[in-house]
Design a protein around this ligand. Structure first.
Ligand code: SF4
Ligand code: SF4
Length: 136
């Protein structure tokens, strides 16, 4: 019976990787630079959101529910509701931000979220006037 020398020796080539730089990051101590324009979590300027639910209507994945917040942010929000995103459903198509009349709803480039509880993927967009400015 012929011995497959190449098949026997090829796994040993993995030993060479012991002397290479690691290809993984020690997250969260080290993070990767996020590309400009990357589609991450939603942010919403609640002072200008008018509660029109256009974002909810356009979402083809039913990823948006309109809910009542604890306090009033915008007197011109006639429904009194603001959107909440289900990241178990969202595909980051950004249609909801495209149709938002006052352009209050946007996508930030923050995109890392890990949790074992599915309820924690129901996410209230941070109240942010501009990307990088948290007004909650
Ligand atoms: S980005 Fe797309 S899928 Fe996600 S909530 Fe907005 S419309 Fe829905
Ligand atoms: S985020 Fe925009 S589209 Fe959605 S309810 Fe508020 S104003 Fe309307």
């Amino acid at each position: 019976m012929a011995i497959d020398i190449k098949g026997v020796l090829s796994p040993l080539s993995a030993i060479g990787t012991l002397f290479e730089h690691p290809r993984t990051l020690t997250y969260p101590e080290v993070t990767k630079d996020i590309l400009v324009g990357y589609r991450g979590f939603h942010i919403n300027n609640l002072e200008t959101c008018i509660g029109c639910a256009s974002c909810e209507e356009v979402c083809m994945n039913d990823a948006i529910d309109m809910i009542h917040p604890d306090k009033e942010y915008n007197p011109k929000n006639t429904s009194g509701c603001i959107p909440r995103i289900d990241y178990g459903r969202c595909c980051w198509c950004s249609l909801c931000t495209d149709v938002c009349p006052p352009s209050s709803l946007k996508l930030d480039n923050i995109c890392i979220h890990a949790d074992c509880d599915p309820d924690n993927f129901l996410y209230m967009p941070k109240n942010i006037k501009n990307i990088g400015e948290d007004v909650s």
